[in-house]
Structures are given as structure tokens and as C-alpha cells.
Write a protein that binds this ligand. Sequence first.
Ligand code: ZN
Length: 120
Amino acid sequence: MKLYETIQDAYKLAQTYNDPELLGKLMDVRGQILDIQEELMDLRQEVENLRKIQAIESDIERHDEPYITLKSDGNKILRCATCWDRKHELIQLQKTPPQFNHVMGTHECPICKTKVNYTK
Ligand SMILES: [Zn+2]
């Protein structure tokens, strides 16, 4: 960051004048720049996360029952709508009881226990 380098240069210059008050102020500014850099990194991470969520959101198919499927998923795996809406987590629903092979029937989220009656 160019601003940080400029402050560093100013700090070195202030050292030659041996002005403690100016050095103190420049140290404060340097600390504030580091705080801003940290906040900027956090915001970039948050933007990246929101972009990922937005990409998944546009891929989601909603249904009457509280499950979602993804347009891009050819297998149309049933996922929990509650977990997605609450925490943006894609949790695969589990067939209950698990011994039945066909998809039709009751499914449950292993995390939040939302039950889905899949009839298609
Ligand atoms: Zn869930």
C-alpha cells in the first residue's frame, strides 16, 4: 500500500528532526493504516463469500416442501432448505428409513431435523 510507504518515509524524516510529538502522531497513523488494511481484508473475504452464496442462490430450485435442488446438479440431490436459508449450508437430506431405495418418501436433514415428504 503506497499510503503505508509514505507514512514510513515521513516517519524516517521525522526521526531526523527528533520530534517526539510528530513521531508519536505518525506511529498512530501507521497503526490506523494497519487497522484499515485488516478491515479491508475482512471485507474482501466477506464480498467473496457473498459472491459464492449469490452464485449458489441463482442455481437453487425451490419446491413446495422445505427442500431445494440445484439446477446444475443432474442427480437432483435433495438438500435442506432450512439449513440453506439459515446458514447458507448445502446439507443433503437423508431418506428415512434408509433401507428403501426409491427417492419417494420421507427425508430428514441430519443437522436441523427438518422433515420432507418427497412425492415425485
Ligand atoms: Zn437442515
